[in-house]
Design a binder for this molecule. Structure first.
Ligand code: FCB
Length: 451
């Protein structure tokens, strides 16, 4: 037994899992009637993705899912978070379901259940059907109704075997990277003009929760996975602290207050954000009771006030020099994790549902040695530090029920292509060979020791 694995002392019923998403692992983009998504279009535009990579084959999970489920069984996880590609189910984002698309997820779910692994699907992990984008995408209020219809179709077919559901993945990243700065699909650069995207994403969440509740058995657990981080000001000067406050308003509070408080943060007015997409009754729809809040955490943000004249008075700043950086350039700062969880408890109090950590992990340049082994001590150290921080927050009273590592496999890391490797399992993209890394074995021991 790995010494560090023993000491974490998590509750016996704590849920241990791993996460992936459809577009990043499945491949098979033209199979069984799948329709095009905004990520297919984005990847086909020259210069969008590092190295010209595409998700055409990715990890070939669409065909190799039995192998991947077997790996998860070896790992000993209780749950698997994956996403359902909307354009496999409704190739044009509306109308009748494509039975072959549903069959794929049905097979995957049966394979998981046969190994005692609880399926935890996310309904939207950024791969909007292109036909809906052509109709305005998330700027169009109708997309929220289309999403609820998609949720209903999926729940009708899979709801008998799936007890934990996640509507969206990271509405903040999808809004900002996809619509404000354009480094992700659909590649729009609208700056702060993105209220309607946020609002329709959140509205679609509320409508999907209603659609799911109408179909699923009473005990079904429904939540959302939001990225969260506190913003650390570069100095104690008022204007840097204000920049941090505004970033948290745009990131954490704008995407969570409506869900838990049924209102948008006041700071949006300070930023002059046009809220005309908001209609009477919308906030009540958005604030559906949730069984859990999913949190994706990687690192805190470091900010300062921006020089006058920019679109936003906030500017990213370099993290302190002493902090280690991952291959993404992200700082490793596990204190920021417990700090975030304690902040959430203080801010949302009785409104805060139980928490699942739905993503946490790190990319490092993993080297395969002459024996074909991958020793990844930096990933182990990252995960261990974050599990310790999580445990501390739980000791201080934060109600956390489970933890999912991002990711099971090395995969297609969006605009960064295949270079950053987040997996517990190494993937050789030329042969599709899977090789568990040392971190896989470490996590297996953590799970076993905490049962
Ligand atoms: C998150 C995404 C996930 C993956 C990780 C590294 O923001 O939800 O798909 O890209 O970052």
């Amino acid at each position: 037994m790995h010494e560090s694995a023993k000491k974490l002392d998590f509750p016996k019923d704590f849920l241990w899992g791993v996460s992936t998403s459809a577009y990043q692992i499945e491949g098979a983009l033209h199979e069984d009637g799948r329709g095009p998504s905004i990520w297919d279009s984005f990847c086909s535009e020259p210069g969008r993705i590092a190295n010209g990579d595409t998700a055409e084959t990715a990890c070939d999970h669409y065909h190799r899912y039995p192998d991947d489920v077997a790996l998860m069984a070896t790992l000993g996880v209780d749950a698997y978070r994956f996403s359902i590609a909307w354009s496999r189910i409704q190739p044009n984002g509306r109308g009748a379901a494509n039975p072959k698309g549903l069959d794929f997820y049905s097979r995957l779910i049966d394979a998981l259940l046969a190994k005692g692994i609880s399926p935890t699907p996310t309904l939207f992990h950024w791969d909007l059907p292109q036909a809906l984008q052509d109709a305005g995408g998330w700027f169009n209020r109708d997309t929220a109704d289309r999403f609820a219809e998609f949720a209903r179709i999926v729940a009708e077919r899979l709801g008998d075997r799936v007890s934990r559901w996640i509507t969206h993945n990271e509405t903040f990243e999808h809004t900002v990277l996809g619509h404000a700065i354009g480094t992700h699909a659909p590649g729009q650069q609208l700056g702060l003009d993105i209220f309607s995207v946020v609002h329709h994403l959140l509205l679609s969440h509320g409508k999907a929760v209603q659609a799911l509740r109408a179909i699923l058995p009473a005990g079904a657990q429904i939540g959302i996975a939001q990225s969260m981080a506190r913003a650390r000001p570069a100095s104690s000067r008022i204007k840097d602290r204000l920049a941090a406050h505004l970033l948290e308003a745009l990131h954490l509070r704008m995407h969570t207050d409506p869900l838990l408080f049924g209102r948008y943060p006041l700071a949006l007015r300070l930023l002059g954000i046009d809220r005309s997409a908001l209609r009477a009754g919308d906030l009540a729809t958005i604030a559906q009771p949730l069984n859990f809040l999913g949190i994706n955490f990687y690192n805190p943000q470091y900010v300062r006030s921006a020089p006058k004249g920019g679109a936003v008075p906030i500017e990213a700043t370099e993290p302190p020099m002493h902090l280690e950086r991952t291959e993404m350039g992200w700082p490793v700062d596990a204190n920021g994790f417990s700090e975030l969880l304690l902040y959430l408890r203080k801010r949302y109090r009785a409104k805060l549902p139980p928490i699942f950590i739905t993503e946490n992990g790190a990319a490092f340049p993993d080297a395969v040695d002459a024996q074909g082994r991958i020793d990844d001590p930096r990933r182990i150290a990252y995960l261990q530090a974050h599990l310790h921080a999580l445990r501390q927050a739980m000791d201080a009273g934060v109600d956390v029920r489970g933890y999912f590592v991002w990711s099971l496999l090395d995969n297609f890391e969006w605009a960064e292509g295949y270079r950053p490797r987040f997996g517990l399992v190494h993937v050789d993209y030329s042969t599709q060979q899977r090789t568990p890394k040392a971190s896989f074995d470490w996590y297996r021991q953590v799970i076993a020791a905490n049962r």
